[in-house]
Design a protein around this ligand. Sequence first.
Ligand code: COA
Length: 159
Amino acid sequence: MHIIYPGSFDPVTLGHIDIIERASKLFDTVTVAVLINQSKRCLFTIDERMELLRQSLKDYDNIYVDSFSGLLIDYLKKRDVSLILRGLRAVSDYENELQLALANRSQNNDIETVFLVASPEYSFLSSSLIREIASFHGDVSKFVPEVVEKALKLKYEEG
Ligand code: COA
């Protein structure tokens, strides 16, 4: 079975990697689908976000990286996939995730959302938290893959 893990990944964190790695043991293939989001101002371009994911996941042969724009259910249809993967970090994620899962299923009854609970060491992480620490030149090495740490340093040096 093939599952799609959608998100902004601006940038990918070890919290995302934890979810993706665990899913890769449960499903035949996992596609990480990066949202081309016009309404959200991103630090990394779509190409940069995809490249950071590719480099962080290069050791796995059943994990792929792709991008999409528009509605998630249209992308799933195009890819002929009916499973969405999402991570749950805390109870506060539940409300939003419930809304997303129900909204997606209301548009296509064949779509199922599968949730994996985030490992506790990453349950407080978010991409904006990482961006904030990195913007003040703080240490993010425990929270992101090495390639992301380097990319953040470059971004914030560029100023
Ligand atoms: N580890 C670390 N951080 C995590 C995480 C994890 N396991 N899971 C989520 N997060 C963080 C992300 O880093 C991000 O942090 P930020 O807001 O500080 O940048 C935040 O949680 C939101 O994560 P993300 O999963 O990327 O959600 P999103 O809101 O950017 O995108 C989509 C969610 C892509 C699934 C949704 O917007 C979508 O489907 N969009 C397409 C349009 C559509 O179909 N809309 C209708 C939906 S019914």
